[in-house]
Design a protein around this ligand. Structure first.
Ligand SMILES: [Zn+2]
Length: 132
């Protein structure tokens, strides 16, 4: 293996380089770094729901935009002669917006359930490994 300090090639069994660099530490460092790397790469596994999460969030936002616009339009078209009917129709027109929000939240809900199940599965697998 190559000394990371001076660059000298050492036999793989060497614990120390001629320059005084201790390889054991280096090896432990590499192990620590690689275990950190796997810990970091783990969340990307659950990011396979990225599309669904994006869709869910987008639907929620679109739904609220729909609701707000429908109610605003209701207020805008209301005048002195007709107040209640335009506002009421604005509120009625806002109802599909609530369904869109609900749809988006339903998707996000399913994703979080699925993720929760996967976390539980991992825990169970870890536990069964430990008891063996
Ligand atoms: Zn060295």
């Amino acid at each position: 293996m190559k000394c990371p300090y001076c660059g000298l090639e050492n036999p793989d069994t060497a614990l120390k380089c001629n320059c005084g660099y201790v390889f054991r530490e280096y090896r432990e460092n590499v192990e620590r770094v690689s275990s950190t790397a796997t810990r970091i790469s783990e969340p990307t596994e659950s990011s396979r729901f990225k599309t669904l999460v994006t869709l869910g969030k987008t639907l929620s936002i679109l739904g609220w935009v729909w609701v707000v616009i429908a109610i605003i339009v209701g207020f805008v078209i209301a005048d002195k002669d007709q107040i209640i009917i335009p506002i009421l129709s604005g509120v009625v027109a806002a109802i599909p917006g609530f369904f869109i929000v609900a749809q988006g939240q339903l998707i996000l809900c399913f994703v979080s359930i699925e993720r929760g199940i996967q976390d539980i599965k991992k825990e169970v697998i870890n536990l069964s490994k430990e008891t063996k």
